[in-house]
Design a binder for this molecule. Structure first.
Ligand code: VG1
Ligand code: CO
Length: 612
């Protein structure tokens, strides 16, 4: 092949967000759009990570992935890359990319020095929906801010890119190596099985035999919902072939370019079919729901964990995994090096860390901040409130890992119960955890696609308020007198303990004397307008009060809702038991938060778009 130099000019708005560049497919299809970003990435890396290097390119299989893969192959060839590895049909989950970068060695003995992940994660896919791209480094983790800033700078000054226009499209549907000759020698495209490296890694972490005993026990049933994302490419191999689950345990496990028209986000709003099967939808009563349920997002790095008629909050999930890891998961048998959570995630993990005397870190939102801690051997288990959980086995959050972690805990707690005694259920495990460590009531309100200018003003106003705590407390007292006092209010700033780098403006915090927190953040993963996230948390140690509904417990921070919001929720969520439960929580509103932030004044919204 020949190398063509193509003249181009900068395109606005190519700033990578929390997890890469995410835009509508239509935006990505504009001339030079993807090309500029890929070349800007190559130019941001040191030359040895490009020339002569091996790169992974794959993703969740969403619409436009196949075209993007062919473009990136041609650009990699033209930029002197030696080999590109592609998961069959372009499919690799985000955690599998991380695993492949870290673990895979090809027939020439080469390892990858990084990779492009093609996904917009939990955002819908299809011609009118989202596409995304991000670069992961040699450690298998997302590029740190130093690199993503450089990529963005490059997109603002780019004048040219390189591409092997005459390189034929490579058949990525069949496994095998295709070689081409270029000006700098041989160039290989290696199409390999999407699952085998990942499955091998999982088998080295967990005790598959004991999980299999649980899964095949007649007393135990499970349901896994991949929401038509790439998780489906792993679910059959792991849950059915390796662990002996019935095929009927898997739903929506065929990866689709448009996720079947759905929203591949594993929460109680979007994972409808699973939520119904687990007996959490009152309009569809189930006589005997499965013992265990889980769902994944488009790229299978997120997870939702459910028990029979029971929801496990992601903040609790990571705390419970950390509390049980050493006993239940062989990979951790010699102890945890430390644990970490993102700032808006509830402090359930903090309490476990304290009890177990573990190193603990609070980092900004986004997985890239955990990577440095893990590389330095300071952190084993970490998680985010946004349904992300993982460990230092890779450098991404890992949806299937989280499911296997929960199955390991269930298998361990039930090792003597499989014939005879009653099973210890998911709900039992969570309630026991609350009884030991206390409970963090938690909820998140998202205001999606609001006017970007208004969102900025709202945030600026909250920051301005922070200059005087007495004033803040006066305002809050005017809103409600039964809320405890704000003792600290700031914008979260993080100094990386490993490399000393500083990340500013990572969310606005209001910390109350009784341990409650209100956090406000702007999302960095949306593709249109702005999304304001409001996180509300309250800690309860009194064991007589840990069994309440979130709504009841959060009441001092909340109040009666306006009629418009009530009818909104009623029409949107009518029918599900969970939503009925939440209906009570929305009958009360996050009054302090909303009045303090002047949410409705700034955004014109009387209700959030999604509650998790
Ligand atoms: C969201 C979540 C964050 C997560 C990120 C990427 O970011 O809040 O916790 O790490 O998505 O997850 P933001 O900036 O929109 O709040 V994924 O599964 O979309 O890669
Ligand atoms: Co994701």
């Amino acid at each position: 092949f020949k190398v063509s130099r193509v003249e181009t000019s900068p395109i606005d708005g190519q700033k990578p967000g929390t997890s890469g560049l995410r835009k509508k497919v239509k935006v990505f299809k504009q001339p030079h759009y993807l090309h500029n970003f890929v070349q800007a990435t190559f130019n941001a890396l040191s030359a040895d990570k490009v020339r002569g290097a091996t790169l992974v390119v794959s993703g969740d299989g969403r619409y436009y992935s196949k075209d993007a893969i062919q473009i990136i192959i041609k650009m990699a060839a033209a930029n002197g890359v030696r080999g590109v590895w592609i998961g069959q049909n372009g499919l690799l989950s985000t955690p599998a990319v991380s695993a492949v970068i870290r673990e895979r060695v090809d027939a020439n003995g080469s390892k990858a020095s990084g990779g492009f992940i093609l996904t917009a994660s939990h955002n819908p896919g299809g011609p009118n929906e989202d596409f995304g791209i991000k670069y992961n480094m040699e450690n298998g983790g997302p590029a740190p801010e130093g690199i993503t800033d450089k990529i963005y700078e490059n997109t603002k000054t780019i004048t040219e890119y390189f591409i092997a226009e005459d390189l034929p499209d490579v058949d990525i549907s069949s496994i095998g190596v295709t070689s081409f000759g270029g000006p700098e020698g041989q160039f290989d495209v290696d199409v390999f099985d999407s699952a085998s490296d990942y499955v091998k890694l999982m088998k080295s972490i967990f005790d598959f035999q004991s999980i299999q005993k649980l899964v095949t026990s007649p007393k135990f049933t499970l349901c896994y919902d991949a929401l038509h994302g790439v998780g489906g490419a792993y679910a059959n191999r792991i849950f059915v072939e390796e662990l002996g689950a019935q095929e009927s345990s898997l739903i929506n496990c065929t990866p689709k370019e448009d996720f079947g028209g759905g929203h591949p986000d594993p929460n109680l709003t979007y994972a409808k079919e699973l939520v119904a099967r687990m007996g959490l939808d009152k309009s569809k009563p189930q006589s005997d729901p499965p013992e265990f349920g889980a769902a994944a997002d488009g790229d299978a790095d997120r997870n939702m964990i459910l028990g029979k008629r029971f929801f496990v909050t992601p903040s609790d999930s990571v705390a419970i995994i950390a509390a049980n890891a050493v006993e239940a998961i062989p990979y951790f048998s010699s102890g945890l090096k430390g644990v970490a959570r993102s700032m808006p995630t509830s402090a359930a993990l903090d309490v476990v860390a304290k009890h177990l005397n573990l190193k603990f870190f609070e980092v900004p939102t986004g997985w890239k901040f955990f990577g440095n801690l893990m590389d330095a051997g300071m952190c084993s288990v970490c998680g985010e409130e946004s349904f992300g959980t993982g460990s230092d086995h890779i450098r991404e959050k890992d949806g299937i890992w989280a499911v296997l972690a929960w199955l390991s805990i269930l298998a361990f707690k039930n090792k003597d119960n499989l014939d005879g005694k009653d099973l210890v259920t998911v709900e039992d495990i969570v309630r026991q955890h609350w009884a030991t460590f206390g409970r963090h009531y938690y909820t998140r309100y998202d205001y999606e696609n609001v006017d970007a200018g208004a969102a900025k003003e709202l945030m600026a106003n909250l920051v301005k308020l922070q200059s005087s705590l007495p004033d803040v407390n006066k305002i809050i007292e005017g809103i409600r007198s039964d809320v405890s006092e704000v003792v600290q209010a700031d914008e979260f700033e993080y100094k990386d303990p490993v490399d000393g780098s500083i990340s500013k403006h990572q969310g606005i915090r209001y910390l109350f004397k009784d341990g409650s927190r209100l956090v406000f953040r702007l999302s960095g993963t949306g593709s249109e307008g702005a999304t304001i996230r409001l996180y509300i948390e309250q800690y309860e140690k009194d064991s007589s009060k840990i069994g309440r509904e979130s709504s009841e417990a959060l009441a001092p921070l909340v109040r009666t809702f306006t009629m418009t919001s009530i009818s909104f929720y009623f029409s949107k969520f009518r029918g599900t038991l969970f939503m009925i439960t939440f209906f009570f929580s929305v009958l009360t509103q996050v009054e302090v938060a909303l009045k303090l932030s002047k949410m409705q004044e700034f955004t014109g919204r009387s209700a959030p778009t999604v509650i998790t």
